[in-house]
Design a binder for this molecule. Sequence first.
Ligand SMILES: NC(=O)c1ccc[n+]([C@@H]2O[C@H](COP(=O)([O-])OP(=O)(O)OC[C@H]3O[C@@H](n4cnc5c(N)ncnc54)[C@H](OP(=O)(O)O)[C@@H]3O)[C@@H](O)[C@H]2O)c1
Length: 260
Amino acid sequence: MSDLEGKVAIVTGATGGIGKDIVARLAEQKIILVLAARRQDALEELAYALKDKTRVLALKCDVTERSDLEALVEKTLSEFSNIDILINAAGVSSQYPFWEQPLDDIEKVMRTNYYSYVMLSRLVVEQMKRKNRGHIVNITSGSVMVEPPPRNFIVYTSLKVALRAFAKGLFWEMRDFGIKVTSIFPGVTRTPLTGKLKNISEERLMEPEAVADAVLFALKQPENTCPLELAVINQKTPWTKPVIPFKQEHPREEKLRIKN
Ligand SMILES: NC(=O)c1ccc[n+]([C@@H]2O[C@H](COP(=O)([O-])OP(=O)(O)OC[C@H]3O[C@@H](n4cnc5c(N)ncnc54)[C@H](OP(=O)(O)O)[C@@H]3O)[C@@H](O)[C@H]2O)c1
């Protein structure tokens, strides 16, 4: 029997490329799973596929909505009386020259990729503090290691940098209450999220299983050990040309030069 058997984990973005592989790994350990995402059909399909491995509760949740986050935590506690693990893996990407980025898109990225991670952490941490144990794992991004944030990704990347800072601070603040915090920095991974991006070099994509393995590694460490940050990045040039070229073209630069 694994030490993780019977623990209760909330996983946001459970239906996504990375989230699905994480829940598959956790189900193998017989961790009780609360799957959260917006698409009910995808959630139900996933819950059905996992039902013979562990107990699963699928909850429709828009992580950008505070009331949905509160309901997610309340329903988990009323069903299982406990939250041992929170995996924040919901996310959206966004690739725009900043001056063209729609305001709605900026708001969506902020609320999905930062706001929801902080709010859910706040919502679970009280209960974890009372129990003197818990583990929060954030799927952050390898792009936090790129300085300056890559052109056309500055909102996405700077929020991930903020998330990294938040998680480190949270660890130092909560460590004496037995709470662990881990940030995972994946490189560019083969998921529906990267499928929407331009300039992605197919053959260099990492597989999401590598990210899920890093999550499991973090969860399996002894009680007095916390992997604070784990970077699992592409073997070949993750953010430099040709995956996301440093010297990205600004569509209007040519025109501007001709005018001048
Ligand atoms: N793929 C990469 O190359 C890569 C690299 C570094 C970091 N990451 C990070 O890894 C995380 C997962 O990315 P991924 O590649 O697995 O993306 P993905 O395949 O597009 O999956 C995104 C997941 O987030 C959920 N989601 C999106 N908006 C939501 C919302 N408002 N409320 C609830 N759930 C929402 C989606 O489910 P529904 O659509 O059903 O809501 C889906 O389960 C993100 O934080 C991303 O920034 C990814």
